[in-house]
Design a protein around this ligand. Structure first.
Ligand code: SF4
Ligand code: SF4
Length: 359
């Protein structure tokens, strides 16, 4: 099966699991009834492009905020300068992001992951995404700004799905994110569960927390709290001197085995793992293969973990970026890795990526 078919199968799996999550939930069933045909429509658009020789990825990552209200240890967004204390004057406006969403929708993108900094600091952009209900917007948030107004907005517009960052239990989460963060995040989860809304948890897996986050106790607890989406991301040491937090090859294998077992047990929970799942679909999905990343000022990067932009969506249409030699060369570089042994491919090939950027 080629990458296009594999990604379509992945998208179908996500929607099927969503169906199981929302079984017996009238509001969720109504959301799926209106959204599933639109997701299929996006898939058909991508099919048509694929047949004409143009590969459109189903996912896009949009980092809409260059500020954050937290200072987590080893934050990749702060390390690569995408997130600062003063923000960036050059940040895209809500209108410019709306144009990005419009183009993504017309190309057949189905999932736009909103990240930051802290995306909930950009209410204007969040509201600009609301009309694009033919796409699903998982919103990666630290959860501290997820107040009653936001909960009402997401309750009304189920294609906007909050994904709360958590590092394990109270000890692990507060150690990386700050005192009291775990309690605040779990109290938000309680409110989301009361409203019977789908929400997710985003877990950065390090050599310190791996045992905690793959334990039955932790996953069972999140399930009890109503969490229907789990995203595991292996720690990438963009911050100097944090290499010890990276998973060893044995730990990567342990995580992958645990994720496979969890998928078998929690069949109404969407469970994704990066880069782990990429190994099953032929490796690195960056540079438009499965997605690409737009930073807060519009720079089009292969991936948040390879933050090098040659083009900006303010000047260059996304279609042109997807067809660029820059992305083609980066895809070829990632594919040149003989085996996907775990960890981030483009991070390992950082020097070659910079050389392609400068060429
Ligand atoms: S919440 Fe996210 S963006 Fe903000 S400091 Fe923590 S890891 Fe970085
Ligand atoms: S650059 Fe790294 S994290 Fe990003 S898609 Fe490739 S392997 Fe995965």
């Amino acid at each position: 099966m080629n990458i296009h078919s594999l990604l379509n199968e992945g998208a179908r799996d996500i929607m099927k699991t969503l169906g199981r999550f929302y079984l017996n939930n009238p509001r969720g069933v109504a959301f799926l009834a209106s959204t599933l045909p639109q997701i299929k429509n996006g898939m058909q658009k991508r099919d048509i492009s694929e047949h004409s020789g143009l590969h459109i990825p189903p996912f896009l990552i949009a980092s809409i905020a260059s500020e954050c209200n937290l200072f987590c240890a080893g934050c990749y967004a702060r390390c690569c300068g995408a997130c600062t204390e003063r923000g960036h004057q050059a940040d895209l406006s809500a209108g410019e992001w709306s144009s990005v969403f419009k183009e993504a929708s017309s190309l057949g993108v189905s999932f736009v992951l909103l990240a930051g900094g802290e995306p909930l600091l950009r209410r204007d952009v969040i509201e600009a995404a609301v009309p694009y209900d033919d796409m699903i917007f998982p919103i990666f948030t630290n959860g501290l700004l997820l107040d009653g107004d936001y909960i009402d907005l997401f309750h009304q517009h189920r294609h906007m799905i909050p994904v709360l960052s958590i590092e394990g239990g109270k000890a692990e989460t507060d150690a990386r994110r700050g005192d009291g963060v775990y309690d605040r995040v779990t109290s938000v989860m309680k409110r989301l569960k009361q409203k019977k809304m789908l929400f997710g948890a985003s877990i950065t897996v390090t050599s310190n927390n791996i045992e905690a986050v793959i334990s039955d106790g932790f996953i069972g607890d999140l399930h009890e709290r109503g969490c229907g989406l789990l995203i595991f991301t292996e720690y990438v040491p963009l911050e100097k001197d944090t290499e010890a937090l990276m998973l060893s090859v044995a730990e990567v294998n342990r995580l992958n085995d645990a994720v496979t077992a969890l998928k078998g047990r929690f069949t109404n929970t969407i469970i994704l793992s990066f880069p782990g799942d990429e190994a099953k679909i032929g490796g690195c999905l960056a540079s438009g293969r499965g997605f690409f990343h737009i930073n807060p000022s519009g720079g089009a990067e292969p991936c948040p973990f390879s933050p090098y932009a040659k083009y900006n969506v303010k000047e260059t249409p996304m279609l042109e970026i997807l067809q660029s030699q820059y992305f083609a060369k980066l895809q070829a570089l990632a594919a040149s890795e003989e085996s996907h042994e775990g960890g981030c491919v483009l991070f390992r090939k950082d020097e070659e990526v910079r050389a392609i950027l400068g060429a």
